[in-house]
Design a protein around this ligand. Structure first.
Ligand code: NAP
Length: 300
């Protein structure tokens, strides 16, 4: 088997279970050395011997790969910096950062608490920003020192809940749509150093989603296995993907697709009098493409 990520060094956040665990395992299968981050249970800050992350590290080592555990809360600024430093001090460099860690606190807008909003925004948005910032600073310094493209990769995690919009998830959807915008901007900023930034909007049965849909059968478990999402992550992590940046990939056991971004639709000249706007706006709305539903197709 050709190995796509031979010798590359990758951090995967939230990799103790679910989708992140599959990323870590497949990256290792393809020759990458992996920092397996997961908050785990008790947090002592040094990242050693932490439950779920340590188990994934053991799995990678058992198949002959190299990995190390990290217990950082990715939304913690200093802990994120230490995680980037750990990759470099352990494996000599960093090539790939996959921001995958996440939580849910679903609630209808009218019932959502401030704490539920803050927790989700913190883990997803700051938890993508903090590691990305520290990794980007590392790559910029490396680029300046060597004058060469660093072939760095940031792969962020969005969701159809955000880019298309799922009821009951204003907090999570706002964070995931925020990550989409963040990724496009970061892809433009970091291109000069040879760093690409892409997003994956995954769909899988994991601890996060198991109790949300219909009953879990063996057939559904296989069709919705998080394993289906790892191939696109591994390809994006590889040097082969250097030309692809600022993209949103939908990935699941059912589909691999590119979700296209916002585009300007019907346009008119600005109007100074709001009383004449009624028919103008109704005509523009009638001519505009409808927003997409959760399947990525135009809503009826
Ligand atoms: P999961 O099985 O619950 O895995 C998420 C992991 O993130 C957990 O292992 C959790 O660790 C870790 N984590 C949470 N907060 C963290 C923090 N502050 N710092 C470090 N690690 C943290 O869920 P998943 O389904 O694999 O989700 C992975 C990503 O995909 C998430 O960003 C999620 O929003 C996104 N996503 C998933 C789906 C889906 O269908 N499953 C759909 C759209 C988007 P501990 O619990 O051990 O602390």
């Amino acid at each position: 088997m050709a190995r796509l990520c031979e010798g590359r060094v990758a951090i995967v956040t939230g990799a103790g279970r679910g989708i992140g665990r599959e990323y870590a395992l497949m990256l290792a299968e393809h020759g990458a050395k992996v920092v397996v981050n997961d908050l785990g249970g008790a947090r002592d800050g040094n990242g050693a011997d932490i439950g779920p992350a340590a188990e994934v590290v053991a799995e990678i080592k058992a198949m002959g790969g190299e990995a190390v555990a990290n217990g950082a809360d990715v939304s913690d600024w200093e802990a994120s910096k230490a995680m980037i430093d750990q990759a470099v001090s352990t494996f000599g460099k960093l090539d790939v950062l996959i921001n995958n860690a996440g939580i849910l606190r679903d609630r209808m807008l009218v019932n959502m608490t401030e704490a539920e909003w803050d927790a989700v925004i913190k883990v997803h948005l700051k938890g993508a920003f903090a590691p990305a910032h520290h990794a980007a600073a590392y790559w910029r310094d490396l680029n300046k020192a060597t004058g060469e493209s660093v072939n760095g990769r940031i792969i962020n995690t969005s969701s159809v809940s955000g880019i298309y919009g799922n009821i009951g998830q204003t907090n999570y959807g706002a964070a995931k749509m925020g990550i989409a915008g963040f990724s496009i901007i970061a892809s433009r900023e970091l291109r000069r150093y040879g760093v690409t930034v892409n997003c994956i909007a995954p769909g899988a049965l994991t601890r996060l989603t198991e109790d949300l849909g219909p009953p879990v059968t063996d057939e559904r478990r296989e069709a919705m296995s998080p394993r289906w999402i790892a191939p696109i992550a591994v390809w994006l992590a590889s040097e082969e993907s250097a030309e692809v940046s600022g993209r949103m990939f939908e990935a699941s056991g059912q589909t691999l697709a590119i979700a296209e971004g916002w585009h300007r639709g019907p346009t008119v000249k600005p109007v100074s009098d709001p009383t004449v706007l009624g028919p103008i706006v109704k005509d523009m709305v009638a001519r505009a493409r409808k927003n997409a539903g959760m399947d990525g197709q135009d809503l009826d």
